[in-house]
Design a protein around this ligand. Structure first.
Ligand SMILES: *Cc1c(COP(=O)(O)O)cnc(C)c1O
Length: 457
């Protein structure tokens, strides 16, 4: 306990102790605002001490969300906490950063953007808000089409796998869209594209595929879904589109499986969301939604306001929000570039494979780029899936060599994603995966007291 001694005007000395002060000795009311004010240091101490009962974010790996960024970025974040993002006239550079992020991400997702065109997209609080916006755009487009054809437009539905994240259920309930879920089955834990297309009818506003299923990280087969849907649309005359929920996979696939077609290269993919705070490597509070073209975002959803200065188009659920996360996302994109992001993805993928193998419930998933057959990953009982390596792409083999004999962490207590984020976030800080230092760091990260075995990637 720190004691400080101060002199009063009368010369007598006073001992003041934070923990002996009356502010800390009497409990504050919990649910009512206190009558009196308290000194700022007492307020700080009281809150700081109560927060000690929270978990340590660096040990919380459960929500795949970033828990560490470089100090330089922390400084940018701190310096911009007082900027309201929505005030674009006052903070035009922040707006410019968001636009650059949108364009960079749209290019990563192979959006068909002409030489002098800019991408269509927006920064959000996370993938959930991004999905609400994308869902609303689909709903409105579908309604407009049905109205124009003089057909009923009061029973929209959306087709997803039963493995969707809760935000899709929220979207369905909040915005009154029926959710038609494709059931999972033993040994197959993602949406079956054939079954999804069977569920599609004239009232289907879109089929949502997930890149990085919340249950096991597995990529759904968007290309197959696209091909089946193209055929069904041709047969029926509908034009049911696809949305890809790439909350976690959107910052993985472009870097390590560039040849995998899941994005705007597929003609029916009209919008994609990604969480900046997952593999975008930013602290919680940022997501992105990108549309293929201007036509895929109905104009009437965009509001134009002018009370902060010039005309501003907005399409978000919230009005005010902080700027820091946007700035932090821009930092990560330019700081890491393609190269380092790719490295951190590989490391994350390796860890994920480890954790998948460790936990029997999740054992079937993986991200094998060559076969793209996540489902055919060796059976859970196999501890050394070495034979697969020879069939992997060169990129994968490179990472295989790099991380051979990685020691797997013990089974996470809650989910396999437990192991993801710390490795991912620390990976971002590593200058190059091939340097001896980074290899050492990897060992430090993966060496756990209760080791469960060795895997050779
Ligand atoms: C995390 C996640 C979401 C929700 O994203 P937030 O950014 O947390 O709002 C949606 N879909 C999938 C597949 C996810 O992994």
């Amino acid at each position: 306990m720190a004691l400080s001694r101060a002199q009063t005007s009368s010369g007598e000395s006073l001992i003041s102790s934070t923990f002996a002060s009356r502010y800390v000795r009497t409990a504050l009311p919990r649910f009512r605002m206190p009558e009196q004010s308290i000194p700022k240091d007492a307020a700080y101490q009281i809150i700081n001490d109560e927060l000690m009962l929270d978990g340590n974010p660096r040990l919380n790996l459960a929500s795949f969300v970033t828990t560490w960024m470089e100090p330089e970025c922390d400084k940018l974040i701190q310096d911009s906490v007082n900027k309201n993002y929505v005030d674009m006239d006052e903070y035009p550079v922040t707006t410019e950063f968001q636009n650059r992020c949108v364009n960079m991400i749209a290019h990563l997702f192979n959006a068909p953007i002409g030489e002098d065109e800019t991408a269509v997209g927006v920064g959000t609080v996370g993938s959930s808000e991004a999905i609400m916006l994308a869902g609303l755009a689909f709903k409105r487009k579908w309604q407009n089409k049905m109205k124009a054809e003089g057909k009923p437009h009061d029973k929209p539905n959306i087709v997803t796998g039963a493995n969707v994240q809760v935000c899709w259920e929220k979207f369905a309930r909040y915005f009154e869209v029926e959710l038609k879920e494709v059931k999972l089955r033993e040994g197959y834990y993602v949406m079956d594209p054939e079954k999804a297309v069977e569920l599609v009818d004239e009232n289907t506003i879109c089929v949502a595929a997930i890149l990085g299923s919340t249950l096991n990280g597995e990529f759904e087969d968007v290309k197959r879904l696209n091909d089946l849907l193209v055929a069904k649309n041709a047969e029926t005359g509908w034009d049911t589109p696809i949305h890809v929920d790439a909350a976690s996979g959107g910052f993985i696939a472009p870097f390590i499986y560039p040849e995998l077609e899941w994005d705007f290269r597929l003609p029916l993919v009209k919008s994609i969301n990604v969480s900046g705070h997952k593999y975008g490597l930013v602290y919680a509070g940022v997501g992105w939604v990108i549309w293929r073209n201007k036509e895929d975002l109905p104009d009437e959803l965009i509001f134009h306001i002018n009370y902060l200065g010039a005309d501003q188009p907005t399409f978000t659920l919230n009005f005010s929000k902080g700027s820091s996360q946007i700035i932090a996302q821009y930092y990560q994109l330019i700081r890491l570039g393609f190269e380092a992001t790719r490295t951190s993805c590989k490391i994350a993928g390796t860890t994920q494979r480890c954790s998948g193998r460790e936990s029997r419930r999740w054992a079937t998933f993986t991200w094998c780029p060559r076969t793209r057959a996540c489902r055919s990953w060796p059976s859970p009982s196999r501890t050394r899936p070495t034979t697969r390596c020879s069939r992997w792409s060169r990129a994968c083999a490179a990472s295989a060599g790099l991380f051979r004999h990685t020691q797997c962490p013990p089974t996470p207590s809650t989910s396999p994603s437990c192991v993801w984020s710390s490795v991912r976030t620390s990976a971002a800080a590593w200058p190059s995966a091939s340097s001896p230092t980074s290899r050492r760091s990897w060992w430090r990260w993966t060496r756990m007291p209760r080791s469960m075995g060795i895997t050779s990637m």
